[in-house]
Design a protein around this ligand. Structure first.
Ligand code: NDP
Ligand code: GDR
Length: 372
């Protein structure tokens, strides 16, 4: 039985990857952080109490800032594969906490690679590094491939640049099977609530059900190449099954703007939206709304406004990936389109919003935290 260790198992990708590896017969170990509240909602459905079942799924307390803890876990688990998905993964937050982001995202990778080396596991343990299209930042060519030069535009991007190169360096220096997946944005109903797609699908669902009045957004012109997390974690696994390690771009090959994603999401919730104005004056107005699907809105209502606080000190305006190498070498292609993904996300958020609206209707006090 193969044994995998996943950092960031409580995150979006970690949860889908854990499901995939369990299906493939792996024993899956994950690192979770200590928190004052439960933080395992995304993996609770695959957790089995070791007291009552012979579980192939185990969680260990740990943190990417703590090398002795990481080394001890790697020693205990003796993994065949490590997937380093753990990160302070929010680009805007990285401007607020640049040092912490560097510690976790850059040095965290080094700590894991050093643990493998220190424990003499170079020939046994394969290593996957969650690299990112944010490395391209101010893009030097379009579409971006494995050969496009990097120009990161945030403390997050710069930290991930270190992680990218230290992975390449350990591969070249110590002959380790270590590789980078350069993944473009990927989303799902499990996406964190403050990333733009989920902020939109959740906000639109809440507005449709009368739980919120308006969605406050940043740069609507940003263009992204969005795919579905389920498609992308499949590729993470495939990358560790090759004869020799190699870095791959994973992308859908199509891009749309944040504004277009808003239109898709509104449409999936029965709201036809139109935009008026420019810059910080731009607004999204309800052109028409389905009274059954979106009882919370009326025609003419403004449900999208711009708040400059969501603009970043330096922006990545456009990203578009070319995953031809992944297709050629590994036969990988995405199966879920951005439209299908957006509909799935809206439906999932509508279900939650309808439950909250029903509880409110019956006098229960339901808080709906906003996606700041
Ligand atoms: P999430 O933000 O959903 O998950 C991040 C995970 O990292 C969580 O489990 C989080 O724990 C954990 N984590 C955060 N800080 C630490 C720390 N100090 N020590 C240990 N674990 C920590 O990210 P995604 O699942 O979306 O992304 C997975 C990886 O892929 C990340 O490295 C991200 O940067 C990268 N990436 C993501 C892309 C995307 O579009 N989703 C695209 C390209 C790269 P907790 O649950 O406790 O917060
Ligand atoms: P990104 O994702 O920065 O690409 O990083 P995010 O969804 O946060 O932003 C995408 C684009 O939308 C614009 N935007 C807003 N973003 C947020 N979060 N909130 C808003 O209100 C808003 N309005 C407009 C942003 O300016 C940006 O241009 C994600 C993360 O998952 C990283 O970890 C990963 O490496 C990259 O994708 C690839």
């Amino acid at each position: 039985m193969k044994r995998a260790l996943i950092t960031g198992i409580t995150g979006q990708d970690g949860s889908y990857l854990a499901e995939l590896l369990l299906e493939k017969g792996y024993e899956v170990h994950g690192i979770k952080r200590r928190a004052s509240l439960f933080n395992t909602a995304r993996v609770d459905h695959i957790y089995e109490d070791p007291h009552v079942a012979d579980s192939r799924f185990r969680l260990h307390y740990g943190d990417l800032t703590d090398s002795s803890n990481l080394t001890r876990i790697v020693h205990e688990v003796q993994p065949d594969e490590i997937y380093n998905l753990g990160a302070q993964s929010h680009v805007a937050v990285s401007f607020e906490s640049p040092e912490y982001t560097a510690d976790v995202d850059a040095l965290g990778s080094l700590r894991l690679l050093e643990a493998i080396r220190f424990l003499g596991l170079e020939d046994k343990t394969r290593y996957y590094q969650a690299s990112t299209s944010e490395l391209y930042g101010l893009v030097q060519e379009s579409p971006q491939t494995e050969r496009t030069p990097f120009y990161p535009r945030s403390p997050y991007g710069v930290a991930k640049l270190y992680a990218y190169w230290i992975t390449v360096n350990y591969r070249e220096s110590y002959g380790m099977y270590a590789c980078n997946g350069i993944l473009f944005n990927h989303e799902s109903p499990r996406r964190g609530e403050t990333f733009v797609t989920r902020k939109i699908t959740r906000g639109i669902a809440n507005i449709a059900c009368g739980l919120e009045k308006c969605l406050y957004m940043g740069n609507l012109d940003a263009m992204r190449d969005w795919g579905h997390a389920k498609d992308y974690v499949r590729m993470q696994w495939m990358m560790l099954q090759q004869e020799s390690p190699r870095d791959f771009v994973i992308a859908s090959g199509k891009q749309i703007s944040v504004r277009e994603f808003l239109l898709l999401a509104a449409n999936a919730a029965g709201i036809s939206l139109r935009f008026e104005g420019n810059g910080v004056e731009e607004i999204g107005i309800v052109a028409s709304a389905d009274p059954i699907f979106a009882p919370g809105v009326t025609t003419g209502e403004v449900i999208v406004r711009i708040d400059p606080k969501y603009f970043r000190p330096a922006e990545v305006e456009t990203l578009l990936g070319d995953a031809a190498l992944a297709k050629e070498e590994l036969g990988w292609e995405p199966e879920i389109s951005v439209e299908e993904m957006c509909t799935e996300m809206v439906q999932s958020d509508l279900q939650a919003a309808r439950q909250s609206a029903l509880l409110r209707e019956h006098g229960f006090d339901v808080a709906t935290p906003s996606s700041e």
